[in-house]
Design a protein around this ligand. Structure first.
Ligand code: SAH
Length: 252
């Protein structure tokens, strides 16, 4: 009987290779097979050895190159053929990364799985933009939500944003107008401060700020592209974030 390989669900972080865990870096460097998402930065893939086989299963919001069940099947097939598979994902595999689904399918096929956490976009973006997710004066609650999901309108976000709380929205660029509308319908003030962090922890990062009511215009006029996070709450308007922005501009 062939030995079964292990599937490693590995978080690649938000982009900067320096933000990989040591374990992720070692696994990538020694991998013979890497199955990766489109979000994984080329600088990280460049750590792989020249003879590693790299398979991209890039997903775009409207264009799936490989449906999720086929990705899961690919992982199982390779592991059953005796190969260890490094399944490399942007950010953390268990935060909007479908890592749970891949793990469950592997377990169902009796393929061993190991999870290697990564720095999720929210943490990477917070650090890179100087916007703390929590702050004793501004927020003691932080929530992560998916802005592109089935039935966005019916999602109950009541109470997730507002005074003393921070709401981080993943995958929300395309649905920004509906998101702003939804939050204001829930009672959020139109002047609640908002930040958009595009390409966090990458050289081309942009940090944009404005009031909630202007979120759709900000996205449109500044032509915000994916990947970007929308952060809603007073933490985005603290004075020290302006200082961090100046430091960013000075460094650019
Ligand atoms: N597992 C990932 C999230 C995957 S969902 C994680 O933990 O970060 C994809 C969404 O993540 C994107 O639409 C975007 O909202 C966010 N994202 C990922 N990388 C990002 C980056 N470098 N800058 C800003 N947002 C990012």
């Amino acid at each position: 009987m062939t030995h079964t390989g292990t599937v490693y669900l590995v978080g690649a972080g938000p982009g900067d290779p320096e933000l990989l865990t040591l374990r992720a870096a070692r696994l990538i460097e020694s991998a013979s097979l890497i199955v990766h998402d489109g979000l994984v930065d080329p600088a990280i893939l460049a750590l792989a050895s020249a003879d590693a086989r790299l398979i991209s299963v890039a997903k775009k919001r409207s264009k799936h190159t490989l449906p999720q069940d086929q990705i899961n099947a690919l992982l199982v097939r390779e592991a059953r053929a005796g190969r260890d598979v490094i399944r490399l994902k942007g950010g953390d595999p268990f935060v909007f990364g479908r890592g749970g689904e891949e793990m469950e399918d592997c377990h169902a096929a009796r393929v061993p799985v190991q999870i290697v956490p990564g720095i999720s976009a929210a943490n990477g973006a917070a650090a890179a933009s100087g916007i703390p997710l929590t702050h004793r004066d501004s927020a003691s609650i932080v929530s992560f939500v998916a802005g592109q999901c089935k039935g966005l309108k019916d999602q109950n976000w009541a109470g997730l944003a507002g005074k003393n709380r921070t709401l981080v929205i993943y995958m929300g660029v395309k649905t920004a107008p509906q998101i702003a509308e939804k939050l204001m319908e829930d009672g959020l003030a139109p002047d609640m401060p908002v930040a958009i962090i595009e390409n966090a922890a990458r050289p081309e990062m942009r940090v944009l700020r404005g009031p909630l009511a202007a979120l759709p215009q900000l996205v449109e006029q500044q032509q915000v592209i994916s990947p970007a996070l929308i952060v809603i709450g007073d933490v985005t308007a603290r004075e020290n974030t302006a200082v961090a922005q100046m430091a960013l501009e000075a460094a650019a």
